[in-house]
Design a protein around this ligand. Structure first.
Ligand code: SF4
Length: 511
């Protein structure tokens, strides 16, 4: 007898860039940076392949944020696993119907306003796939909503964009924009919706709520787990600026990894805004707590590969080289990598400018020493077996010609080292500032900025391909696919250089 179709009351879904099948973190990051300049076929076949789903439409892996919501609602609202389903954009149509009360959508960059992504669109034709695919999915949801009458709640890392552009949110059928972590206020809000109440159209939760985090029930995208939430270092271009860092307990982290491995995801990303601060108090790291967690993680059978995302320069510099080497050793699992990368924000070579735009980035050190600190951290990380991935911000409020020149000088020293550097255009995330349009784009770019940009990208053209190859190998990607991506990368490099050539001479020397 054929199985009855599932009739969930809550559906969770994210746009295709956050629902693709990625083996390593860099694949996921690259997918969110692509514009329609990349043909959609190449995107769907190679860059962001379709995620598998089961006969009921459940996604094999789903964005960690959705998995957290799923676990929280099952626990807090006493729902069954058939009442709530994490699905993929491709399977939405199979699940939408008059049984649905609420569709919850997540996107990291729904309107293409994210800082790293707006930088890409300044150089390329077309629109970001995060925006195009989110819009496509929202139109499908809106059509079904008009027919079946459910509510739509939108959240995720890019929720601030919907909050800012209310017209687009309305056009996409969104009833509620939810900003912040879910566990503290979200369940009550959802209960009210299920009971037929109409909540406010914009909801902000400023609490990290780590004490309410529930272990995930099924696999998270790329095996990402959370070590900590928030950051609190006060950078004006970051949504985590004011959320004080709180750490997820070790048992939950290990349980999340075990669930992933049991579901066939054998690698993990230990996600945090500052991996090296796990277990610490304030800005002070806790070597014993971090090593304790990593030691337990290593015992999980079937976990083959572990990746880091972000670290903070001022945290890393509080460790000795021996401590960093021990952390590196603990992060080395069955599948070895020569490129265990850590993304660290430099922002500018001028520490005073960084300090003016970030209350805590350099603490407990002095802003006057920032230039040397960056060089120290590069050497320290390379010596201890890590691969530095730096980022700088162009157009920080208050930036002067002297600042750009100083950053060029610093980058000139960094490009002698084994690292990559991503320049990003300043994009405000604070509501008032978004309205005053302090964002930096190609119209504000000078020749100096472009020279700096090109210097960083030439370094990346050299070092990103071997890093990508190495990570994909460790993440279990086939040789054939790696070779294809490498070939695609070569055409991208040629296109970037052509773009740079076109822009050279067109930009003013001074603004
Ligand atoms: S240090 Fe990084 S995560 Fe923390 S507020 Fe600044 S940019 Fe955000």
């Amino acid at each position: 007898m054929a199985k009855k179709p599932l009739k969930p009351s809550i559906i969770l879904v994210s746009d295709r860039t956050l629902s693709g099948k990625y083996n390593i973190l860099f694949e996921g990051i690259f997918a969110t940076m692509q514009t329609t300049h990349t043909p959609e076929l190449a995107m769907k076949m190679l860059v962001s392949p379709k995620m598998k789903s089961d006969a009921d439409g459940r996604a094999w892996q789903a964005a960690l944020g959705l998995r957290r919501i799923e676990a929280s609602l099952i626990h807090e609202l006493d729902l069954s696993e058939d009442d709530i389903v994490c699905t993929t954009p491709e399977r939405l149509g199979d699940l939408l119907g008059d049984h649905v009360k609420l569709v919850m959508v997540s996107s990291s960059d729904p309107l293409g306003m994210g800082m790293s992504n707006t930088t890409t669109t300044c150089f390329w034709d077309g629109q970001l796939y995060t925006k195009v695919w989110t819009d496509k999915m929202m139109q499908q949801i809106k059509q079904a909503k008009d027919k079946f009458g459910f509510m739509v709640l939108a959240g995720g890392a890019g929720a601030w964009q919907w909050a800012h552009d209310k017209q687009t949110a309305e056009n996409q059928g969104i009833d509620i924009v939810y900003e912040g972590y879910f566990e503290t206020d979200g369940p009550k809000l959802v209960r009210n919706i299920l009971n037929g109440k109409s909540p406010e159209a914009h909801y902000i939760c400023n609490v990290c709520g780590v004490d309410k985090v529930r272990p995930i029930k099924s696999a998270s995208l790329m095996g990402i787990v959370e070590l900590s939430r928030g950051c609190g270092k006060g950078c004006r271009f970051c949504t985590m600026a004011k959320h004080r860092m709180e750490h997820v307990d070790t048992d939950t982290i290990l349980s999340d990894i075990e669930i992933n491995v049991a579901n066939g995801v054998h690698s993990t990303v230990v996600g945090s805004e500052d991996f090296f601060r796990y277990g610490g108090k304030g800005y002070k790291p806790n070597f014993a707590a971090l090593c304790g967690l990593l030691g337990e993680m290593r015992k999980i059978k079937g976990l083959d590969f572990a990746q880091i995302d972000h670290g903070n320069i001022s945290t890393i510099l509080q460790f000795t080289n021996d401590e960093l080497k021990e952390i590196r050793r603990l992060m080395s699992l069955t599948n070895k990598t020569e490129y265990l990368w850590v993304n660290m924000g430099i922002e500018s070579a001028n520490g005073k400018l960084v300090e003016a735009n970030s209350s805590g980035k350099i603490v407990p050190f002095e802003a006057d020493n920032w230039y040397e600190m960056v060089l120290d951290v590069a050497d320290k990380m390379i010596t201890c077996g890590f691969f530095p991935v730096f980022s700088i911000v162009l157009g920080l409020p208050g930036e002067t010609v002297a600042d750009i020149e100083l950053t060029k000088k610093l980058m000139g020293e960094l490009v002698q080292k084994r690292c990559v550097i991503f320049p990003i255009f300043y994009e405000p995330v604070i509501a008032d500032e978004v309205l005053t349009d302090t964002r930096f784009d190609i119209n504000r770019m000078t020749q100096r900025h472009l020279d700096l940009y090109i210097m960083c990208y030439e370094q990346n053209f050299k070092n990103v391909p071997p890093m990508y190859w190495d990570n994909q190998r460790a993440g279990g990607v086939s040789w054939a696919k790696r070779a294809l991506i490498l070939a695609l990368g070569k055409t991208e490099v040629a296109a970037w250089r052509k773009n740079f050539k076109r822009l050279r001479g067109q930009l003013p020397q001074e603004q």
